[in-house]
Design a protein around this ligand. Structure first.
Ligand code: KIV
Ligand code: NA
Length: 301
C-alpha cells in the first residue's frame, strides 16, 4: 500500500468514506495501525497516561513525545502520522510553537501536528501552514485544560457555545488547518460544522457525522480493566483466594467503544506462564530446551 497523503485523505473525504484514525505510542502499536490499514496514526499525548502512567496529559514533555514519535514512525509506514504538540510546547509564542513543531517533524519523523486550542492558536496555525507543516487544531473538549475545566466534560452544548465553536472552526480553516479534531461535543454540532467546512473533521465523542473517527488504541483494544471488571475480579479473588494483586480499574468515557479485551487475554497469558513455571511444566525438555551430543556431554561431565 502507498503511504497515505493529504491528497489521498481528501479523496476519501470526497468519496464519503469515513477516515479511520487511531493512536499509537510505540513500535508495536504503530505496526498495528499500519498492518490493519488505519488511515491516520495519532501520537496522542494521551500516551502520557496510557503508556507512561502519568496522571494527565500535561506531564509529558516535548522530548518524551519526540522519543515516542520516532518509534511510531518506524512502525506506521503507510498511515499519515500526526503528533500532538504537548502542553508547554507552543503557548509562549508563535516562535516557540514553530520550533517545537519543526522538532516533531525533523526528529520525530511525523507528517503533521495537532494543537489543542481555539482562536488563540490562529497565528501559529497560519505560520506552520506557511512553512509547510500540516496542522490539525483540536477543538471541543481539550484535555490539556482539564484542570481549568474542572474535569473532562462535554463542550458546546449551549447555543452560544456551539456558535463560538462553529466560528472558531471556520477561522482555523481560514488560517490553513488541513483538518479539525472535534472532541466531546453534541453530534448535531459536529455534523453541522463538518457540512460547513471544506477541510476534514475527525471526531471523538462527536457522533457519526464527521469525516472520520479517532480512538485511543488502548480503548479500542481494551488494554486496561474497566472499574466494573476490576470490581468483579476483586470479588472473584475474595472467593477463590487467587493471591493476585487487585486490578486498577479505569473510567471509560461514554464515547468509547472497546472492540476487544486484550487486557484480560494478557493477564491470562501471564498467569499461565507463572503457573507453568511454578508447577515445573515450563520449560519442557525436548521442546523448549537445547540438546547436546552424548559424547560432548560425557566428555564435559
Ligand atoms: O491524545 C490523544 O489521544 C487525543 C485523542 C483522544 C484525540 O488527543
Ligand atoms: Na491529545
Amino acid at each position: 500500500m502507498l503511504p497515505v497523503t493529504l491528497a489521498s485523505l481528501r479523496k476519501l473525504q470526497n468519496e464519503g468514506t469515513p477516515i479511520t484514525m487511531m493512536t499509537a505510542y510505540d513500535y508495536p502499536t504503530a505496526l498495528l495501525t499500519h498492518s490493519s490499514g488505519i488511515d491516520m496514526t495519532l501520537v496522542g499525548d494521551s500516551l502520557s497516561q496510557v503508556a507512561l502512567g502519568h496522571y494527565n496529559t500535561n506531564q509529558i514533555t516535548l522530548n518524551e513525545m519526540i522519543h515516542h514519535c520516532k518509534a511510531v514512525a518506524r512502525g506506521a509506514k503507510t498511515p499519515f502520522i500526526v503528533s500532538d504538540m504537548p502542553f508547554g510546547s507552543f503557548e509562549a509564542s508563535v516562535q516557540q510553537g514553530v520550533e517545537s513543531a519543526v522538532r516533531l517533524v525533523k526528529e520525530g519523523y511525523v507528517d503533521g501536528v495537532k494543537i489543542e486550542g481555539g482562536k488563540e492558536i490562529i497565528p501559529l496555525v497560519k505560520r506552520l501552514t506557511e512553512i509547510g507543516i500540516p496542522v490539525m487544531p483540536h477543538l471541543g473538549l481539550q484535555p490539556q485544560r482539564a484542570t481549568s475545566l474542572s474535569g473532562y466534560m462535554v463542550q458546546a452544548r449551549s447555543s452560544a457555545g456551539a456558535k463560538e465553536l462553529y466560528e472558531t472552526a471556520m477561522a482555523l480553516q481560514q488560517a490553513g488547518a488541513f483538518a479539525l479534531l472535534l472532541e466531546a461535543i453534541p453530534h448535531k454540532v459536529a455534523s453541522y460544522i463538518t457540512k460547513q467546512l471544506d477541510v476534514l473533521t475527525i471526531g471523538i465523542g462527536a457522533g457519526p457525522g464527521t469525516s472520520g473517527q479517532v480512538l485511543v488504541a488502548s480503548d479500542v483494544l481494551g488494554v486496561f480493566p474497566t472499574e466494573e471488571e476490576a470490581a468483579a475480579a476483586a470479588e472473584a479473588a475474595a472467593e477463590h483466594g487467587q493471591g493476585q494483586q487487585p486490578l486498577q480499574g479505569v473510567k471509560v468515557a461514554k464515547f468509547v467503544r472497546r472492540f476487544g479485551n486484550v487486557g484480560s487475554e494478557s493477564r491470562r497469558a501471564v498467569r499461565e506462564y507463572i503457573d507453568a513455571v511454578r508447577s515445573g511444566g515450563f520449560p519442557e525438555i525436548g521442546k523448549e530446551t537445547y540438546m547436546m551430543g552424548k559424547e560432548e556431554w560425557e566428555e564435559f561431565e
